[in-house]
Design a protein around this ligand. Structure first.
Ligand SMILES: CC(C)(COP(=O)(O)OP(=O)(O)OC[C@H]1O[C@@H](n2cnc3c(N)ncnc32)[C@H](O)[C@@H]1OP(=O)(O)O)[C@@H](O)C(=O)NCCC(=O)NCCS
Length: 161
């Protein structure tokens, strides 16, 4: 039976290892242990008998916008619906917080497209550009991440549509 829940502080080192394994392949940004402890409440994890098998985080930018970050499912358990469940855990939380829009910068646009996200342009996310992109060496022509956005219906008591 799957288990999606908040991580325990004792799992942060394991969480970093999961993120490291995906960041070396360029799927997600690396995170330091310090960053992970500071932002651990942003995360949900999937845990099974082998330990942490997946993670995702919801990072609030401002009153009406949050970013989906660091969605990862361990290689051996992909294509079983775990990525979708992790994503919907943070979408549920965003609805509970009445956040109207969430976005993601991803190299996996087809996955997010299947969950209702639509392609947008970085220019539609000026806060993200100022906060992160402007400092990124890939900002501009070499950026290979696709910005995608999802409007949330907040009139349904936090239930996934
Ligand atoms: C993207 C990722 C999280 C998907 O996790 P997953 O558990 O394999 O996905 P799911 O099984 O929940 O898939 C949900 C749907 O998306 C589809 N899907 C999954 N990965 C896909 C991909 N790479 N490309 C296109 N479609 C994909 C599935 O077939 C499924 O479709 P269906 O509803 O029609 O059956 C996983 O491949 C991963 O960890 N990738 C590396 C890290 C990464 O790129 N993360 C995104 C950065 S923000």
């Amino acid at each position: 039976m799957y288990k999606i829940r908040k991580p325990k502080l004792s799992e942060v080192v394991q969480l970093k290892a999961l993120i490291d394994s995906a960041s070396v392949k360029g799927f997600v940004l690396p995170r330091t242990l310090e960053e992970l402890y500071e932002n651990v409440r942003d995360f949900y994890v999937y845990a099974d008998e082998s330990g942490l098998g997946g993670c995702v985080s919801l990072h609030i930018d401002m009153e009406d916008l949050a970013e989906i970050r660091t969605l990862i499912v361990r290689n051996d358990i992909r294509r079983k619906g775990i990525g979708r469940m992790l994503l919907h855990a943070v979408l549920d939380e965003a609805r509970e917080l009445s956040i109207p829009k969430v976005y993601v910068l991803t190299r996996c646009p087809d996955f997010f497209g299947k969950q209702g996200f639509q392609k947008t342009s970085l220019e539609q996310l000026p806060y993200k550009i100022r906060k992160d992109c402007a400092r990124c060496p890939k900002y501009g022509e070499t950026c290979d991440e696709v910005p995608m956005i999802l409007s949330l219906n907040n009139d349904n008591n936090g239930k996934v549509l």
